[in-house]
Write a protein that binds this ligand. Structure first.
Ligand SMILES: O=C(O)CCC(=O)C(=O)O
Ligand SMILES: [Fe+2]
Length: 370
Protein backbone atom coordinates (compact mmCIF):
# COMPACT_ATOMS: atom_id res chain seq x y z
CA UNK A 1 0.00 0.00 0.00
CA UNK A 2 1.28 3.43 -0.89
CA UNK A 3 1.02 4.82 2.61
CA UNK A 4 3.21 2.02 3.90
CA UNK A 5 6.05 3.00 1.61
CA UNK A 6 7.16 5.79 3.89
CA UNK A 7 10.18 4.40 5.61
CA UNK A 8 12.72 5.68 8.05
CA UNK A 9 14.26 4.85 11.32
CA UNK A 10 13.82 6.57 14.63
CA UNK A 11 17.55 6.26 15.16
CA UNK A 12 18.55 7.81 11.87
CA UNK A 13 20.70 10.88 12.17
CA UNK A 14 20.25 14.16 10.37
CA UNK A 15 19.70 13.69 6.64
CA UNK A 16 20.47 9.97 6.68
CA UNK A 17 17.74 7.43 6.07
CA UNK A 18 14.51 9.36 6.58
CA UNK A 19 12.50 9.09 3.39
CA UNK A 20 8.92 9.82 2.52
CA UNK A 21 6.85 8.54 -0.37
CA UNK A 22 3.71 10.46 -1.14
CA UNK A 23 0.52 8.56 -1.92
CA UNK A 24 -0.89 9.02 -5.43
CA UNK A 25 -3.25 11.89 -6.18
CA UNK A 26 -6.96 11.24 -6.40
CA UNK A 27 -8.52 10.41 -9.75
CA UNK A 28 -11.86 11.74 -8.56
CA UNK A 29 -13.28 14.54 -10.67
CA UNK A 30 -13.47 17.21 -7.97
CA UNK A 31 -14.73 20.75 -8.31
CA UNK A 32 -11.48 22.68 -7.90
CA UNK A 33 -11.02 26.36 -7.14
CA UNK A 34 -9.29 28.32 -9.86
CA UNK A 35 -6.26 29.71 -8.04
CA UNK A 36 -3.34 31.72 -9.35
CA UNK A 37 0.26 30.47 -8.90
CA UNK A 38 2.84 33.12 -8.05
CA UNK A 39 6.33 32.25 -9.27
CA UNK A 40 8.52 33.73 -6.55
CA UNK A 41 11.64 33.51 -8.73
CA UNK A 42 10.23 36.59 -10.52
CA UNK A 43 11.08 38.46 -7.36
CA UNK A 44 14.62 38.95 -8.60
CA UNK A 45 13.65 41.47 -11.29
CA UNK A 46 11.85 44.80 -10.81
CA UNK A 47 9.29 44.02 -13.52
CA UNK A 48 8.80 40.63 -11.89
CA UNK A 49 7.94 42.25 -8.56
CA UNK A 50 5.32 44.45 -10.27
CA UNK A 51 3.81 41.42 -11.97
CA UNK A 52 3.71 39.44 -8.75
CA UNK A 53 2.08 42.34 -6.93
CA UNK A 54 -0.63 42.44 -9.64
CA UNK A 55 -1.21 38.71 -9.38
CA UNK A 56 -1.33 38.89 -5.61
CA UNK A 57 -3.84 41.77 -5.72
CA UNK A 58 -6.09 39.64 -7.87
CA UNK A 59 -5.75 36.63 -5.62
CA UNK A 60 -6.50 38.47 -2.40
CA UNK A 61 -9.47 40.29 -3.90
CA UNK A 62 -10.90 36.90 -4.88
CA UNK A 63 -10.61 33.82 -2.72
CA UNK A 64 -7.67 34.80 -0.50
CA UNK A 65 -6.06 31.49 -1.52
CA UNK A 66 -3.20 31.17 -3.99
CA UNK A 67 -0.17 28.99 -4.75
CA UNK A 68 3.48 29.94 -4.76
CA UNK A 69 6.22 28.12 -6.68
CA UNK A 70 10.03 28.47 -6.68
CA UNK A 71 9.99 29.44 -3.03
CA UNK A 72 13.54 28.33 -2.34
CA UNK A 73 13.24 24.98 -0.55
CA UNK A 74 14.31 21.83 -2.37
CA UNK A 75 11.90 18.94 -2.74
CA UNK A 76 14.31 16.85 -0.64
CA UNK A 77 14.08 19.38 2.20
CA UNK A 78 10.30 19.28 2.04
CA UNK A 79 10.17 15.48 1.85
CA UNK A 80 12.40 15.36 4.89
CA UNK A 81 9.82 17.33 6.91
CA UNK A 82 7.04 14.94 5.88
CA UNK A 83 9.28 12.01 6.84
CA UNK A 84 9.96 13.47 10.29
CA UNK A 85 6.24 14.14 10.73
CA UNK A 86 5.42 10.54 9.87
CA UNK A 87 8.07 9.25 12.28
CA UNK A 88 6.61 11.37 15.07
CA UNK A 89 3.05 10.23 14.44
CA UNK A 90 4.15 6.58 14.11
CA UNK A 91 5.37 6.61 17.73
CA UNK A 92 3.15 4.79 20.21
CA UNK A 93 0.48 7.04 21.73
CA UNK A 94 1.93 6.59 25.23
CA UNK A 95 5.27 7.94 23.94
CA UNK A 96 3.66 10.86 22.09
CA UNK A 97 1.70 11.86 25.18
CA UNK A 98 4.99 12.56 26.97
CA UNK A 99 5.29 15.55 24.69
CA UNK A 100 1.71 16.74 24.99
CA UNK A 101 1.07 20.41 24.19
CA UNK A 102 -0.42 22.67 26.82
CA UNK A 103 -2.81 24.52 24.52
CA UNK A 104 -3.88 27.11 27.10
CA UNK A 105 -0.28 27.92 28.07
CA UNK A 106 1.74 27.57 24.90
CA UNK A 107 -0.63 26.98 22.01
CA UNK A 108 0.19 24.24 19.52
CA UNK A 109 3.71 23.46 20.69
CA UNK A 110 4.30 19.77 21.22
CA UNK A 111 1.85 16.95 20.63
CA UNK A 112 -1.92 17.19 20.50
CA UNK A 113 -3.75 13.85 20.28
CA UNK A 114 -6.82 13.27 18.12
CA UNK A 115 -10.29 12.54 19.44
CA UNK A 116 -11.10 15.82 21.19
CA UNK A 117 -14.16 16.66 19.17
CA UNK A 118 -17.22 14.61 18.38
CA UNK A 119 -18.05 15.29 14.74
CA UNK A 120 -21.27 13.27 14.55
CA UNK A 121 -22.56 11.10 17.38
CA UNK A 122 -19.97 8.40 18.00
CA UNK A 123 -17.37 9.66 15.50
CA UNK A 124 -14.51 11.79 16.81
CA UNK A 125 -11.94 13.93 15.01
CA UNK A 126 -8.95 12.02 13.62
CA UNK A 127 -6.40 14.84 13.71
CA UNK A 128 -3.09 14.63 15.51
CA UNK A 129 -0.84 17.68 15.66
CA UNK A 130 2.81 18.22 16.51
CA UNK A 131 3.90 21.86 16.57
CA UNK A 132 6.99 24.02 17.07
CA UNK A 133 7.36 27.53 18.38
CA UNK A 134 9.79 29.96 16.77
CA UNK A 135 13.46 29.02 17.03
CA UNK A 136 14.52 32.19 18.82
CA UNK A 137 15.43 33.23 22.35
CA UNK A 138 11.77 33.02 23.46
CA UNK A 139 11.59 29.33 22.58
CA UNK A 140 10.77 27.26 25.63
CA UNK A 141 13.02 24.28 26.25
CA UNK A 142 11.04 21.09 26.39
CA UNK A 143 11.57 17.42 25.96
CA UNK A 144 11.44 16.37 22.31
CA UNK A 145 10.91 13.01 20.62
CA UNK A 146 14.35 11.66 19.60
CA UNK A 147 13.55 11.95 15.88
CA UNK A 148 12.75 15.64 16.39
CA UNK A 149 15.85 16.21 18.50
CA UNK A 150 18.04 14.55 15.87
CA UNK A 151 16.58 16.60 13.04
CA UNK A 152 16.11 19.88 14.87
CA UNK A 153 18.50 21.89 12.73
CA UNK A 154 16.64 21.04 9.51
CA UNK A 155 13.31 21.79 11.20
CA UNK A 156 14.68 25.16 12.31
CA UNK A 157 15.98 25.84 8.80
CA UNK A 158 12.57 25.21 7.26
CA UNK A 159 10.80 27.27 9.92
CA UNK A 160 13.16 30.21 9.38
CA UNK A 161 12.99 29.90 5.61
CA UNK A 162 9.21 29.86 5.49
CA UNK A 163 9.05 32.86 7.80
CA UNK A 164 11.93 35.00 6.65
CA UNK A 165 12.27 34.19 2.94
CA UNK A 166 8.79 33.14 1.89
CA UNK A 167 6.89 35.27 4.41
CA UNK A 168 9.33 38.12 3.78
CA UNK A 169 8.65 38.16 0.03
CA UNK A 170 4.89 37.90 0.40
CA UNK A 171 4.77 40.59 3.09
CA UNK A 172 6.76 42.91 0.83
CA UNK A 173 4.33 42.24 -2.01
CA UNK A 174 1.35 42.93 0.24
CA UNK A 175 2.90 46.22 1.32
CA UNK A 176 3.32 47.14 -2.35
CA UNK A 177 -0.29 46.19 -3.14
CA UNK A 178 -1.47 48.42 -0.26
CA UNK A 179 0.80 51.32 -1.21
CA UNK A 180 2.68 51.09 2.09
CA UNK A 181 6.44 51.29 2.69
CA UNK A 182 7.92 47.95 1.56
CA UNK A 183 9.04 47.00 5.06
CA UNK A 184 5.70 47.89 6.71
CA UNK A 185 4.67 44.30 7.45
CA UNK A 186 8.21 42.92 7.60
CA UNK A 187 9.07 45.19 10.50
CA UNK A 188 6.18 43.65 12.46
CA UNK A 189 7.11 40.05 11.67
CA UNK A 190 10.69 39.80 12.92
CA UNK A 191 11.57 36.15 13.45
CA UNK A 192 13.76 36.81 16.46
CA UNK A 193 11.03 38.69 18.30
CA UNK A 194 8.38 37.20 20.52
CA UNK A 195 5.56 35.86 18.37
CA UNK A 196 3.11 33.03 17.98
CA UNK A 197 4.31 31.65 14.65
CA UNK A 198 3.98 27.94 14.43
CA UNK A 199 5.43 25.23 12.22
CA UNK A 200 3.01 22.35 12.51
CA UNK A 201 2.84 18.73 11.44
CA UNK A 202 -0.66 17.33 11.02
CA UNK A 203 -1.96 13.84 10.54
CA UNK A 204 -5.51 13.03 9.57
CA UNK A 205 -5.66 9.31 10.33
CA UNK A 206 -7.33 7.01 7.79
CA UNK A 207 -10.89 6.12 8.77
CA UNK A 208 -12.83 2.88 8.63
CA UNK A 209 -15.51 2.50 5.95
CA UNK A 210 -18.10 2.60 8.70
CA UNK A 211 -16.85 5.95 10.02
CA UNK A 212 -16.67 7.42 6.53
CA UNK A 213 -20.28 6.38 6.01
CA UNK A 214 -21.41 7.91 9.31
CA UNK A 215 -19.59 11.14 8.58
CA UNK A 216 -20.96 11.67 5.09
CA UNK A 217 -20.37 15.31 4.20
CA UNK A 218 -19.49 16.31 7.77
CA UNK A 219 -16.08 17.99 7.63
CA UNK A 220 -13.10 16.73 9.63
CA UNK A 221 -12.24 20.39 10.17
CA UNK A 222 -15.29 22.59 9.83
CA UNK A 223 -15.22 25.95 8.11
CA UNK A 224 -12.88 28.32 9.91
CA UNK A 225 -10.42 31.12 9.37
CA UNK A 226 -6.79 30.94 10.53
CA UNK A 227 -5.63 33.26 13.32
CA UNK A 228 -2.46 34.78 11.91
CA UNK A 229 -1.42 36.84 8.91
CA UNK A 230 -0.68 34.13 6.31
CA UNK A 231 -0.75 30.33 6.34
CA UNK A 232 1.56 28.18 4.22
CA UNK A 233 0.43 24.64 3.42
CA UNK A 234 3.22 22.54 1.94
CA UNK A 235 1.98 20.45 -0.94
CA UNK A 236 0.55 17.06 -0.08
CA UNK A 237 -1.59 14.94 -2.41
CA UNK A 238 -4.52 13.77 -0.30
CA UNK A 239 -7.61 15.83 -1.25
CA UNK A 240 -10.01 17.25 1.31
CA UNK A 241 -9.20 20.94 1.72
CA UNK A 242 -11.92 23.25 0.44
CA UNK A 243 -12.15 27.02 0.28
CA UNK A 244 -15.36 29.01 0.44
CA UNK A 245 -15.38 31.35 -2.57
CA UNK A 246 -16.75 34.93 -2.43
CA UNK A 247 -20.03 33.67 -3.93
CA UNK A 248 -20.36 31.12 -1.15
CA UNK A 249 -19.39 27.89 -2.92
CA UNK A 250 -17.09 25.25 -1.50
CA UNK A 251 -14.31 24.40 -3.95
CA UNK A 252 -11.49 21.92 -3.55
CA UNK A 253 -7.90 23.16 -3.39
CA UNK A 254 -5.75 21.13 -5.76
CA UNK A 255 -2.31 19.76 -4.98
CA UNK A 256 -0.59 22.04 -7.49
CA UNK A 257 2.85 20.68 -8.57
CA UNK A 258 5.84 21.80 -6.50
CA UNK A 259 3.85 24.48 -4.73
CA UNK A 260 2.90 25.83 -1.37
CA UNK A 261 -0.74 26.84 -0.91
CA UNK A 262 -1.04 30.19 0.84
CA UNK A 263 -4.09 31.58 2.54
CA UNK A 264 -4.72 34.97 4.04
CA UNK A 265 -5.67 34.87 7.72
CA UNK A 266 -7.43 36.96 10.39
CA UNK A 267 -4.72 39.47 11.25
CA UNK A 268 -4.44 40.62 7.63
CA UNK A 269 -8.22 40.81 7.43
CA UNK A 270 -8.37 42.98 10.57
CA UNK A 271 -5.74 45.46 9.52
CA UNK A 272 -7.15 45.85 6.00
CA UNK A 273 -10.85 45.90 6.94
CA UNK A 274 -11.35 42.68 4.99
CA UNK A 275 -9.64 43.84 1.77
CA UNK A 276 -7.31 40.92 2.30
CA UNK A 277 -9.89 38.26 3.01
CA UNK A 278 -9.29 35.76 5.77
CA UNK A 279 -10.75 32.91 3.79
CA UNK A 280 -13.10 30.39 5.29
CA UNK A 281 -11.87 26.89 4.56
CA UNK A 282 -12.55 23.39 5.79
CA UNK A 283 -11.28 19.83 5.39
CA UNK A 284 -13.54 16.96 4.28
CA UNK A 285 -12.76 13.24 4.36
CA UNK A 286 -10.69 12.28 1.31
CA UNK A 287 -12.45 10.96 -1.82
CA UNK A 288 -13.08 7.20 -2.11
CA UNK A 289 -9.79 6.32 -3.84
CA UNK A 290 -7.85 8.01 -1.00
CA UNK A 291 -10.15 7.04 1.84
CA UNK A 292 -7.73 4.54 3.37
CA UNK A 293 -4.73 6.89 3.37
CA UNK A 294 -3.35 8.86 6.23
CA UNK A 295 -3.18 12.53 5.28
CA UNK A 296 0.01 14.12 6.56
CA UNK A 297 0.44 17.88 6.37
CA UNK A 298 3.21 20.38 7.07
CA UNK A 299 1.98 23.89 7.71
CA UNK A 300 3.49 27.23 8.76
CA UNK A 301 1.30 29.79 10.49
CA UNK A 302 2.82 33.25 10.06
CA UNK A 303 1.68 35.80 12.62
CA UNK A 304 2.45 39.33 13.72
CA UNK A 305 4.84 39.76 16.63
CA UNK A 306 2.93 39.36 19.90
CA UNK A 307 2.92 42.99 20.97
CA UNK A 308 1.70 44.50 17.69
CA UNK A 309 -1.71 46.13 18.11
CA UNK A 310 -4.08 45.01 15.36
CA UNK A 311 -5.17 48.37 14.02
CA UNK A 312 -6.28 49.38 10.57
CA UNK A 313 -3.32 50.28 8.33
CA UNK A 314 -3.21 53.73 6.83
CA UNK A 315 -3.23 52.68 3.18
CA UNK A 316 -4.10 54.95 0.25
CA UNK A 317 -5.59 51.89 -1.48
CA UNK A 318 -8.05 51.39 1.37
CA UNK A 319 -9.24 55.02 1.63
CA UNK A 320 -12.61 54.27 0.07
CA UNK A 321 -12.80 50.67 1.10
CA UNK A 322 -14.78 51.01 4.32
CA UNK A 323 -14.81 47.81 6.28
CA UNK A 324 -16.00 44.55 4.85
CA UNK A 325 -14.32 42.39 7.41
CA UNK A 326 -16.49 39.55 8.62
CA UNK A 327 -14.41 39.70 11.76
CA UNK A 328 -15.37 43.23 12.70
CA UNK A 329 -12.80 45.64 14.05
CA UNK A 330 -9.99 44.36 16.22
CA UNK A 331 -9.54 47.88 17.63
CA UNK A 332 -6.19 47.55 19.26
CA UNK A 333 -6.20 44.01 20.62
CA UNK A 334 -2.63 42.76 20.31
CA UNK A 335 -1.61 39.88 18.07
CA UNK A 336 -0.55 37.87 21.12
CA UNK A 337 -3.94 38.42 22.81
CA UNK A 338 -5.81 37.41 19.67
CA UNK A 339 -3.87 34.15 19.25
CA UNK A 340 -4.27 33.30 22.90
CA UNK A 341 -8.00 33.94 22.83
CA UNK A 342 -8.56 31.85 19.72
CA UNK A 343 -6.29 29.01 20.81
CA UNK A 344 -8.04 28.86 24.14
CA UNK A 345 -11.38 28.76 22.29
CA UNK A 346 -10.12 25.80 20.30
CA UNK A 347 -9.04 24.07 23.47
CA UNK A 348 -12.59 24.37 24.80
CA UNK A 349 -14.23 23.36 21.53
CA UNK A 350 -15.03 19.78 22.61
CA UNK A 351 -18.53 20.28 23.91
CA UNK A 352 -19.68 22.97 21.54
CA UNK A 353 -18.53 21.41 18.32
CA UNK A 354 -21.96 20.21 17.30
CA UNK A 355 -23.64 23.58 17.46
CA UNK A 356 -22.81 26.55 15.33
CA UNK A 357 -23.00 29.38 17.84
CA UNK A 358 -20.45 32.12 17.27
CA UNK A 359 -17.48 31.90 19.64
CA UNK A 360 -16.21 34.99 21.34
CA UNK A 361 -12.45 35.41 21.25
CA UNK A 362 -10.96 38.52 22.81
CA UNK A 363 -14.37 40.20 22.66
CA UNK A 364 -14.68 39.54 18.91
CA UNK A 365 -17.22 37.12 17.50
CA UNK A 366 -15.72 34.26 15.55
CA UNK A 367 -18.26 32.60 13.34
CA UNK A 368 -18.30 28.87 12.81
CA UNK A 369 -19.35 27.58 9.46
CA UNK A 370 -20.80 24.25 8.41
O1 LIG B 1 -5.06 20.21 6.43
C1 LIG B 1 -5.30 21.14 5.68
O2 LIG B 1 -5.24 21.02 4.44
C2 LIG B 1 -5.69 22.48 6.23
C3 LIG B 1 -5.57 22.56 7.71
C4 LIG B 1 -6.11 23.83 8.28
O3 LIG B 1 -6.95 24.48 7.72
C5 LIG B 1 -5.59 24.33 9.57
O4 LIG B 1 -4.84 23.60 10.23
O5 LIG B 1 -5.89 25.48 9.91
FE1 LIG C 1 -6.97 26.51 8.54
Amino acid sequence: MAEKQAVGSINSREGETLKYTYPPETKADLDYADLVALDLSLFDSPRGVERLADQLKNAVENTGFFYITNFGLSQAEIDHQFAIAKEVFDLPLSEKLKYEANLEMDGYVGYRPSGNRELVPGVFDNIEVYGFDQFNSYRRRRELPPVVEQNLSSIEKVSRHLHIEVGGKLLRLISIVLGLPEDYFLSRHRYDHKGGCNLRYLKYGARSAEEVEKLGETPSVRGHTDFGTLTFLLRQPVAGLQVNTPDGQWKYVKAHPASITVNVADMMDFVTGGYLRSSVHRVLSPPADQARLDRIGVVYFLRYEDDVALRRVDSPILKDWGSRSRLGEASGITAGEWVKARTSDNAKMTAIYLNHEPQVAGGIKVKNYA
